[in-house]
Write a protein that binds this ligand. Structure first.
Ligand code: SAM
Length: 222
C-alpha cells in the first residue's frame, strides 16, 4: 500500500535528492518519510520528534505501511538526534522563529549537512535572514497552495551569497519568477498588512514603519 501526501509535503519530497540521507526534524506522523522510502532511493531516513505522542503516531504509521526497516525513529530535541552521515535536514510545519532556534542551537552537530529544506508556517523572512547567516545560500524556493493557505518551501545549500534586505521578505528566487501563485501570495500579504495597519495603535511606531516598508516592497514587486 502506497501513502498519499498532501500538496505541501509532496512538494517538499520533490526537493529531496535521490540517494540522500535525511533527517526529518519534527516528523509528527512521518508521512513524508514513509513517502520518501516508498518513492525514492534513500540512503538513510531518520524521523525525529521531541515528543513521545507524535513518535508513537509515526511508529504506528511506519508499521501500517511496512517500512520499519527503512526508517529510523528517534526521540530528541532539534538537531540532537542527527547522525554524522546525514546530508539533508528537513524541518516543516513550524513557525520561522522556532526553525531558526533549532538550527542555531548546536550547529556543530550538523557540520556535514549540505542541504536544508525548510517550510515555515510564518515568519519566512526570519528564516531567510538567519539561515543565510549560518553559512547557507537560498538555492530554491517554492510555493504550495493548500486549503486556501499558501506555504513557502525554502531550500538552502552550503555557501555564501549576498542578499538585499528585500530578498529576505519575499524571496530572491520567487521575486524573479513571478508565477501566478506568487502574485496571489503577495496580494494576500498586502491585505494582511493593510488590515494590521488599520488596527495597530499609533504608539507602535517601529512596527508600523516595518509594516509600511513591507507594503512598499510588495507594491514594488507587483
Ligand atoms: C505541526 S507538526 C509538523 C509535522 C510535519 N513536519 C509536517 O510538516 O506536516 C510539528 C512537529 O514538530 C515537533 N517539534 C516541535 N519542536 C520540536 C523540536 N525542537 N525538536 C523536534 N521536534 C519538534 C512537534 O512535536 C510536532 O510533532
Amino acid at each position: 500500500m502506497r501513502i498519499q501526501l498532501n500538496e505541501r509535503l509532496k512538494e517538499i519530497s520533490n526537493l529531496v535528492e535521490e540517494n540522500s540521507s535525511i533527517i526529518d526534524i519534527g516528523c509528527d506522523h512521518a508521512f513524508l518519510d514513509i513517502y520518501l522510502v516508498q518513492n525514492k532511493n534513500m540512503k538513510k531516513v531518520i524521523a525525529s520528534d521531541n515528543k513521545e505522542g507524535p513518535l508513537k503516531r509515526a511508529k504506528e504509521n511506519i508499521q501500517k505501511y511496512h517500512v520499519e526497516d527503512s526508517i529510523i525513529l528517534k526521540l530528541g530535541n532539534g538537531v540532537e538526534p542527527i547522525e554524522n552521515d546525514i546530508d539533508t535536514i528537513i524541518i516543516s510545519g513550524m513557525g520561522g522563529f522556532h526553525i531558526v532556534g533549532i538550527l542555531k542551537y548546536q550547529k556543530e552537530r550538523y557540520q556535514n549537512v549540505k542541504k536544508l529544506i525548510l517550510s515555515p508556517n510564518h515568519d519566512v523572512d526570519q528564516v531567510r535572514k538567519e539561515v543565510t547567516k549560518l553559512g547557507f545560500y537560498i538555492s530554491d524556493e517554492k510555493l504550495v497552495k493548500e486549503n486556501q493557505n499558501i506555504y513557502p518551501i525554502l531550500c538552502f545549500q552550503r555557501g555564501k551569497r549576498k542578499y538585499h534586505a528585500d530578498d529576505y521578505l519575499y524571496g530572491p528566487i520567487l521575486k524573479n519568477h513571478k508565477n501566478p501563485l506568487f502574485i496571489e501570495y503577495l496580494q494576500k500579504e498586502k491585505e494582511r498588512i493593510e488590515k494590521l495597519l488599520l488596527v495597530l495603535p499609533k504608539k507602535y511606531i517601529f512596527r508600523r514603519l516595518e509594516l509600511k516598508k513591507e507594503l512598499k516592497v510588495i507594491l514594488k514587486i507587483l
